[in-house]
Design a protein around this ligand. Structure first.
Ligand SMILES: *Cc1c(COP(=O)(O)O)cnc(C)c1O
Length: 375
């Protein structure tokens, strides 16, 4: 809040409130760098996770285009990554989209097979935003580097939820976003390891070491540093959140037939539950949950305007009709056992009401009853 008031100065100006803003910006950069195991000079503020994804991918691909034009990513990345890749394809690049296994994990062996001498960039996310599965990025970075390619990871879902250290991961670039960790919407970071070739994003003044011009959003940068510090401290409480999530998962599986959990149950973020219910539409479930004060999602929140089945669920092999009946619950440290019990009391009745109206459900149940009677 002080950066909207008494410390309103522009960090690039010479007067003293400007210098105070510059100091706050430097402090925020330093805090974020140290929490990620990076140097201050490797932290670049952006206006979103999407911007950081686009910058990393297009910036590196274009900077290295004389070396090669082959890029590798996975099929279940966020659309900020997938659509950036598609934009590069229209620009003459070739992209390989790695398969994801049925548990929602990218196999490093698949990367080993796909990588070529002209591959310049490998981009695989650290944790998936719909099913929460955590990817073997250290192995992926090692393979990329052995083949002289740059490695980028979209860590928007991971940062603040699991320990993230750029050195341990061995990546050259990493993206994160503020609003996923309770900072304001409209601030992100791209980590760019010293020496990594990436094109300038915005030509302008000398801000962000000349690579992203534009007067800095001091208040949001300070907020992001604070939010990340709190999130990292709260990771101590992850086991409690995971226990709540498991209570929700097991309770729903016990109460609702024809349900399944999507994504590996161990290698996933502590707060993520993605669950499919056959014979119902996720969108109808969402509306009824919302009427009961429960905020859930189908697919990704960014996608809720489209009725396409989730590309993430399709990538792990779910048929379209099962992908349609999926819900994502994201629990945080602020959720309680009462919250979970309220969902367990509310959701089974909603699913049953919707199934009772579904011709497909009724004909399937009649067929199952018929088989049972005939033995
Ligand atoms: C939310 C999200 C983004 C986009 O971040 P914004 O700040 O909303 O642009 C990118 N990648 C992943 C994995 C996300 O979950």
């Amino acid at each position: 809040m002080p950066f909207f008031g008494e410390l309103y100065g522009n960090p690039s100006s010479a007067y003293s409130i400007g210098a105070q803003a510059a100091e706050a910006l430097a402090e925020a950069r330093k805090t974020i760098a140290s929490l990620l195991g990076a140097k201050s000079g490797e932290i670049y503020f952006t206006a979103s996770g999407s911007e950081a994804d686009n910058w990393a991918i297009k910036g590196a691909a274009q900077a290295l285009r004389e070396k090669g034009r082959h890029l590798i990513t996975s099929k279940f990345e966020h659309h900020a990554v997938l659509h950036a890749m598609e934009s590069l394809e229209r620009d003459g690049f070739e992209v390989t989209y790695l398969d994801v296994n049925e548990n929602g994990i990218v196999d490093p062996a698949a990367l080993e097979k796909a990588i070529r001498p002209d591959t310049t960039l490998v981009a695989v996310m650290l944790a998936n935003n719909e099913i929460g599965t955590i990817q073997p990025i250290a192995e992926i970075a090692e393979i990329a580097h052995r083949h002289k390619a740059v490695c980028f990871t979209d860590a928007v879902q991971a940062v603040g939820n699991i320990p993230v250290n750029v050195k341990d991961l061995g990546v050259d670039m990493l993206a994160l976003s503020g609003h996923k960790i309770h900072a304001p919407k409209g601030i992100g970071v791209l980590y760019i390891k010293t020496g990594t070739r990436v094109r300038t994003l915005i030509d302008g003044g000398g801000q962000e070491r000349g690579r992203r011009g534009g007067t800095e959003n001091v208040a949001f940068a300070a907020a992001l540093a604070k939010a990340l510090s709190i999130a990292v401290e709260r990771m101590e409480d992850n086991a409690r959140v995971a226990a709540l999530r498991d209570r929700l998962a097991d309770g729903l599986l016990a109460r609702i037939p024809y349900a399944r959990i999507n994504g590996d149950r161990e290698k996933r973020l502590c707060g993520n539950l993605n669950i499919s219910f056959e014979f119902v539409e996720g969108e109808s479930l969402l509306l009824w949950l919302d009427k009961n004060g429960i905020c859930a999602s189908t697919g990704s929140a960014c996608n809720s305007a489209s009725l396409e089945p989730s590309h993430v669920l399709l990538s792990i092999g779910l048929p379209a009709e099962k992908a349609h009946g999926s819900l994502r619950f994201t629990l945080s440290h602020e959720n309680t056992e009462e919250d979970v019990d309220y969902i367990l009391d509310t959701l089974p009745g909603i699913v049953q009401r919707l199934r009772d109206m579904s011709p497909l459900y009724n004909s399937s149940m009649a067929r199952i009853a018929d088989v049972a009677v005939r033995g």
